[in-house]
Design a protein around this ligand. Structure first.
Ligand code: SF4
Ligand code: SF4
Length: 146
């Protein structure tokens, strides 16, 4: 009998911690630095990435301590994921919140590694290399694949 995967049989708030973590595809897109205008209405994505993002493995180098070391690092939960407008549509959590399913490119669905096109570009720059007053120069267009 075919096995029905957990994300099709349970709501996200019933996932175990391990199941919730396994939804992350480690694409790195939520680790890009985003700038918000003064009114807080608009968010602009840059091609600059958090200092703790490992561009080889696409893993966080301080995952267990990320909320302490990087106060802006948001802990995604079943409660907040649907309300975050800046999360990229390709994020597996956003996709799950919007559709109730995981995307076909997700490794849990395809059984293959995440294709490069869904990961951050190899050309992103660490925030360690970009002075704060130059961040605006790194804002990217909506249709750029960063
Ligand atoms: S954008 Fe979503 S899927 Fe990608 S690393 Fe961040 S939380 Fe994981
Ligand atoms: S602390 Fe880790 S998870 Fe948070 S933005 Fe930086 S690299 Fe990403």
């Amino acid at each position: 009998m075919p096995h029905t995967p957990f994300w099709k049989t349970k709501k996200p708030d019933s996932f175990t911690a391990e199941e919730w973590e396994s939804v992350c595809m480690h694409c790195g897109k939520c680790c890009l630095i985003r700038l918000q205008d003064e009114a807080g209405a608009d968010v602009y994505e840059t091609d600059v990435i958090c200092r703790y993002h490992d561009c080889q493995t696409h893993l966080c180098r301080c995952y267990a301590e990320r909320c302490r070391l990087v106060p802006e690092c948001l802990r995604l939960t079943p409660q907040n994921i649907g309300a975050l407008s800046w999360i990229p549509d390709t994020c597996a959590y956003a996709f799950l919140a919007q559709t109730g399913d995981l995307p076909p490119w997700h490794p849990l669905v395809s059984g293959k590694p995440l294709p490069a096109e869904f990961k951050v570009s190899p050309h992103v720059v660490s925030e360690l290399l970009v002075p704060l007053d130059e961040l605006e120069d790194h804002i990217v267009e909506d249709d750029d694949n960063v």
